[in-house]
Design a protein around this ligand. Structure first.
Ligand code: ADE
Ligand code: ZN
Length: 319
């Protein structure tokens, strides 16, 4: 069953398919440490979040020009449109590019060339979420937010991603305060590999409205009760959780339990080129592995719009 849905947890850099990576490497004269597309495919076996991030950052080196970022985003929109995605809030990691000498403007102008007309061309409304890399410094995050100030009309929110353990949300209190002063919304990855306490800290210290991943909240029943009561959405990424060994196998995934506890859970693809599928494959996968009913799937679709940052009138069309 493919119903209209919003995708709320999608790293645009994580949609870089091996074929496009090789094509861009050739066009840009960039070196890839793999002899073939197949060899790269075979490297998609991860021990944990860090082993994935090492490859993810290594491959971003092929993205150098505005055109590269435009082609990356267009390829995602084609796939998302076919999967019934009607609204997408898309993460991008500017520091993964500015740290290599690619200007912020190249990244955002390239992405925007694909996104600005996405509703007319692909039937998908889109917004960008600027993520700070949490294993870099708080000062670097503040500099990144300053670089984004001329482009705030393209950005709906700030987010926090990369290596979680040892980089608690409170490290970024100042940059989130500044982002909210600028009128941006706020989300953060928390409770993926890190503890449930990072979820509470993201809510209380950063003021986030939505938690990315959050599956480790299940270790804290009082926090689960709070998320249910306050209707704080969780953007859950089942294939990612298996590939990064947050859980052993899809049949062990707690998504069904999360829904039955009353959590506002949504299903998303995270880094689909690396984890074996886009949002529809994730939905089909959990439906089959967990025996989800059509009612569960309708709830997931409804949750995705409830959890989104689209305006109230548009949201009402989908609820
Ligand atoms: N960056 C890209 N994917 C990520 C994930 N699943 N967790 C943290 N940072 C990421
Ligand atoms: Zn993510």
């Amino acid at each position: 069953m493919s119903v209209p849905k919003a995708e709320l947890h999608l790293h645009i850099e994580g949609t870089l398919e091996p074929e496009l990576a090789f094509a861009l490497a050739e066009r840009n004269g960039a070196e890839l440490p793999f002899a073939s597309v197949q060899e790269l495919h075979d490297a998609y076996r991860f021990e944990d979040l860090q082993s994935f991030l090492d490859l993810y950052y290594r491959l971003t080196d092929v993205l150098r020009t505005e055109r590269d970022f435009t082609e990356l985003a267009e390829a995602y929109l084609v796939r998302a449109s076919a999967a019934g995605v009607r609204h997408a809030e898309i993460f991008f990691d500017p520091q993964a590019h500015t740290s290599r000498g690619v200007p912020f403007a190249t990244v955002i102008d390239g992405l925007w060339a694909a996104l600005r007309d996405s509703e007319r061309r692909y039937g998908i409304s889109t917004k960008l979420i600027l993520c700070f890399l949490r294993d870099l410094s708080a000062e670097s995050a503040l500099e990144t937010l300053s670089a984004a100030e001329p482009y705030l009309d393209r950005i709906v929110a700030v987010g926090l991603d990369s290596a979680e353990v040892g980089h608690p949300p409170a490290k970024f209190a100042a940059v989130y305060r500044r982002a909210r002063e600028l009128g941006l919304r706020a989300v953060a990855h928390a409770g993926e590999e890190g503890p449930a306490s990072y979820v509470a800290e993201a809510l209380d210290v950063l003021g986030v409205e939505r938690i990315d991943h959050g599956i480790r909240v299940l270790e804290d029943p009082a926090l689960v009760e709070r998320l249910v009561r306050e209707r704080i959405p969780l953007t859950v990424c089942p294939f990612s959780n298996v590939r990064l060994r947050v859980i052993d196998k899809l049949t062990d995934h707690p998504l069904r339990l999360m829904l039955e506890l009353g959590l506002v859970a949504t299903v998303n693809s995270d880094d689909p080129a690396y984890f074996g599928g886009y949002v529809q494959e994730n939905l089909d996968g959990v439906r089959d592995a967990l025996g989800l009913s059509d009612e569960h799937l309708r709830t997931l679709a409804r949750n995705s719009f409830e959890a989104s940052f689209i305006d109230e009138r548009t949201r009402a069309r989908y609820l």
